[in-house]
Ligand binder design. Structure first.
Ligand code: IPM
Ligand code: MG
Length: 361
């Protein structure tokens, strides 16, 4: 089959990690008989440098015409990069928010799995993670604080900033349905995370999630307050199967979840709308401090490519092949510096990409 893929290499380590993911995809193509059409798309700082804005409407249109988009990361070091001298709506991150909104990518899936081979990189005590953990964070991605009205102005002579947090029941329902559908294919447990003891938007969230749950009698639903969830993630991560939550809470909790898997360089993600289209990107950022050094961990991007094959193209065997290759390379003892531990073999970005590609069977 021919796969029509948009490629956003982006900023920082983005180009390096996407290069490795494409290497692995190409190997999958050779082994399984697929070809690719890669459409290069500019977004973030890379787009600002060329067009003056982080995402043009033409780029959005091309992205829409693709079957899926694979992305590295965007953004730079806000302390030194000229991109951050621009007004907020022209900075790199605004490009990411725009593509999420324009393509209606409301469902963000962030799996956090502790690989047996990486137990040593997990900062938690071994007794807490015995047997590993495997959770899926379902983050709402096109609503809430990220897309509410915001302004900064003088109120009675005092500089005052405001960000609005709005959710309607339809936005909540569609992400809840996704979460329950996914739970049905996993361990049938949804923990919905909110701040219903304080926020109206969370009280509505809870009500709608409970309505959706009625259609899924086999799935156990639990509600958890977000502060408690932050604590439970480091106290008892094994209790989680699917975490369902709104945009801002999901942003924060997914970074926390990634850290307990050993490294943010391991976490893939998929952002989906209600078609087969998806944007696939590592959960981690652009890491400008290590960009260009060839030491970034490309595994999250490679695993994101696997999610792309699975969700947008229904190529399950091929996705399994990538995931198995990653496991094998870890089993063989190869590590990038972020997940390095004693007795293992340290390799760089290109080397681990080569090893994973060689292990595609
Ligand atoms: C993420 C990132 C983005 C977000 C930033 C770069 C705007 O942190 O994808 O988690 O907050 O959504
Ligand atoms: Mg984040």
């Amino acid at each position: 089959m021919e796969l029509n893929i948009g490629v956003i290499r982006g900023d920082g380590i983005g180009p390096e990690i996407v290069f490795e993911a494409i290497k692995v995809l190409n190997k999958v193509g050779e082994v399984y008989g697929h070809t690719y059409k890669y459409n290069e798309l500019l977004m973030g700082g890379a787009s600002i440098d060329v067009h003056g804005i982080p995402l043009t409407d033409e780029t959005v249109a091309i992205a829409k015409s693709c079957d899926a988009v694979l992305m590295g990361s965007i953004g730079g070091d806000a302390k030194v990069s000229p991109w951050y001298k621009l007004e907020p709506s022209k900075r790199p991150e605004a490009g990411l928010l725009k593509i999420r909104k324009e393509l209606n990518l409301f469902a963000n899936l962030r799996p956090a799995v502790l690989y047996d081979e990486l137990k040593g990189a997990c900062p938690l005590k071994e007794e807490l993670t015995e047997g590993g953990f495997d959770m899926m964070i379902m983050r709402e991605l096109t609503g809430g604080l990220y897309f509410g009205n915001r302004e900064t102005k003088q109120v009675d002579g005092v500089l005052t900033a405001k960000d609005e947090l709005t959710y309607n029941e339809n936005e909540i329902r569609r992400i809840a349905i996704r979460a329950f559908d996914i739970a049905m294919k996993r361990n049938k447990k949804v923990i919905s995370v909110d701040k219903a003891n304080v926020l109206d938007s969370s009280r509505l969230w809870r009500k709608v999630v409970e309505e959706v749950a009625i259609d899924y009698p086999e799935v156990t639903l639990e509600h958890m307050l977000v502060d408690n969830c932050a604590m439970q993630l480091v106290k008892n991560p094994k209790q989680f199967d699917v975490i369902l939550t709104e945009n801002m809470f999901g942003d924060i909790l997914s970074d926390e979840a990634s850290m307990i898997t050993g490294s943010i360089g391991m976490l893939a993600s998929a952002s989906l709308n209600d078609t087969k289209f998806g944007l696939y990107e590592p959960s981690g950022g652009s890491a400008p401090d290590i960009a260009g050094k060839g030491i970034a961990n490309p595994i999250a991007t490679i695993l994101s490519a696997a999610m792309m094959l699975r969700f947008s193209f229904d190529l399950d065997k091929e996705a399994d092949a990538i995931e198995n290759a990653v496991s094998q390379v870890l089993k063989d003892g190869y590590r990038t510096i972020d997940i390095m531990s004693e007795g293992k073999t340290q390799v760089n970005t290109a080397e681990i990409g080569n090893l994973i590609a060689e292990n595609i069977k």
